[in-house]
Design a protein around this ligand. Sequence first.
Ligand code: PAF
Length: 286
Amino acid sequence: MVIFKRVSDISEYIKRQKAAGAKVGFVPTMGALHAGHLSLVAAAKNAGCLVVCSIFVNPTQFNDAEDFKKYPITTDADVELLLGANCDVLFLPSEAEIYPLGTKAASAFSFGYLETVLEGEHRPGHFKGVGQVVSRLLQIVSPDFLFLGAKDFQQCCIVRHLLIQMVKADACFPAPELVVCPTLREPDGLAMSSRNRRLSEGQRAVAGNIYRCLVSIQAKQADAPFAVLKKECDDMLKSKGFHPEYISLAHYETLELLDEFQNGRPMIVLIAAVLGGVRLIDNMML
Ligand code: PAF
């Protein structure tokens, strides 16, 4: 695996690899890697790509300074995991490489309705930060394929819109194909996340209840109104020590929020809940 820290070096390397016929598969991450990230690397490998992974804890997407400070940094272990996964290239930039003119000067994107609901409502500015860093990374890496995990479902919707905006702004921008990979889960159903390692033993023991809520809403959708199932889950999560932020039903493509199940429409249930100061999200398609 080749490790780059400078934009000029990785750009030059990728240009040469592409000229030699390589297809680049990009897995952007914030590190603290787990099996979910490695499944994205494996998906890129299986697609026959030269796999480029980035690790950069992007300050502009944290609306909560404490959350940024506490974000786990495990670079040595990450490098070992990527070596084991046969990743080809690791990009480990500094903040100055990503934001050479400072974070305030980075391009700003607007995502309209999409950035006002769910995560957007509870983490104001978060998706602006995601847009900034992903657009910058895409300009640097010029991937043919971009691999993201379905756990961050709204982020995938935002990035899809980002790609459209980047093409609109520059018709020559070679937009990658977005590949959304399934969420990997622990044996009790908890969605794999870098944040899980901040849970205490006791919190970890109950964390799988978010998944249980999703499964029960999916199983009972024909038998009870959404509001009833939502209340059931809200009560159950609270009884286990969670502070639920939202338990929402939405249209799968537009993320239009729905009050009730709608026959024949593709829907998704999304949950965000805080457990012992750790914010967990998950979702399930209906
Ligand atoms: O999902 C993440 O880890 C981050 O939001 C991403 C896409 C790497 C941007 O910083």
